[in-house]
Design a protein around this ligand. Sequence first.
Ligand code: TIU
Length: 233
Amino acid sequence: MAFIPALPYNYELPESSQVALIVIDMQRDFLEPGGFGDILGNDVSSLRAIVPTLKHLLEGCRAMGIPIIHTIECHQPDLSDCPPAKIKRGQGELTIGSEGPMGRILIKGEPGNGIIPELAPLPGEFVIHKPGKGAFYATELETILQEHNITHLLITGVTTEVCVQTTMREANDRGYECLMVEDATESYFPEFKQATLEMVRAQGGIVGWTATAERVLQGLKQGISCSGSIDCP
Ligand code: TIU
């Protein structure tokens, strides 16, 4: 059985076709000045640190034929899918739907709502538009996973303790085996990232596993070579 050396213990891999990479909300709205992350008062530059690692992981997974799922946090232009409580939250001048330097904030189709060019989805990859923090709430994600027999999720993106952790918890409750990729997720708050990594893998992996991108790629490559070899352990 192929595995990824992970915490709190090895993450066993099924057939490669049953594993998907999820890239959460790598949008200009969270990584660039003038977007949603910025109007909430965050230093958005800190999130860029993971882009090279995430790109390397994404390209490695693409090369192995692993299904890729991107998500985008966004709302319809008429805000019909945005609870008033979410619009009201925060105390800045701008809110969801306000006109910003990259278009209307967190609105589907606006320039600032798009995924950053370095990580742009390729044709054939899934793109889930989600109104909540979790990627399962009010989306087609679970249907896609079921249709493709996907049981294992490698979870990346931003921000670690908000949309990434919420999605991992939603997935865990639905029975998916989840691994958060430590150096392919980032938070505006380093201490929240660290706490999230520790809390998901505590208690014997109460929410799942964590591992670095390099270990994930090594484990996946081992799994790919194993599935085609009669010498497989
Ligand atoms: N504010 C914050 O840290 N995150 C979000 O609002 N959304 C995501 O995490 N994508």
